[in-house]
Design a protein around this ligand. Sequence first.
Ligand code: FAD
Length: 180
Amino acid sequence: MNDVTLSYGKHLITHDLLFTHFGLSGPAALRLSSFVKGGETAHLDFLPQTSEEELLTLFEAQREKSCKNVLKGLLPERLADFLAQPLPEKIKQLSPQEKQVLVENLKAFPINITGKMSLAKSFVTKDGVDLKEINPKILESKKVPGLHFAGEVLDINAHTGGFNITSDLCTGWVLGTPMY
Ligand SMILES: Cc1cc2nc3c(=O)[nH]c(=O)nc-3n(C[C@H](O)[C@H](O)[C@H](O)COP(=O)(O)OP(=O)(O)OC[C@H]3O[C@@H](n4cnc5c(N)ncnc54)[C@H](O)[C@@H]3O)c2cc1C
């Protein structure tokens, strides 16, 4: 799904998200994975551009329609089917409480984080050699003169979208230039 908001505590990530056979993936999940360990509950806003009030107004305007069709107008089909499962046939049949639960599911769907994939399946690693411990110009350790670092081993955990590989290539280029 494009541009959903995944949140945990103060971390609010609006980006694309994938539902896969093993759980959540895609840029939003990858970014949130920096801040969680497993055991937390994150929340998913499927419609960050639409407020709760706007949803309630929309339901009122489409009260004669089936819940499934109204949700299909807002979400991918299989997700709409999933959220419509426990609901009565039509929007007008929703009790005020059911309407509220539906809005909460759309705006703050709880996601229990059971854990993260293994290191072998990771895209990038958080942590590594502290940037404060190296001279940024020549990437030399301040603790061990003559020892230089480049790439993933540095504590650089950039946003998804090519920034990691860019910093790896740049630091590799710096170390590979003839001045060394
Ligand atoms: C599936 C996947 C998707 C990714 N997608 C993106 C993306 O879209 N955008 C982005 O910016 N980043 C992405 N990344 C992250 C990016 O690929 C890595 O951050 C980057 O490749 C790290 O570069 P590196 O040269 O530091 O390390 P590596 O690419 O891991 O290279 C280290 C090399 O050292 C070799 N090596 C290890 N030990 C030894 C040894 N003892 N002796 C000799 N050689 C050794 C390894 O075989 C390896 O070839 C992705 C990573 C994965 C796994």
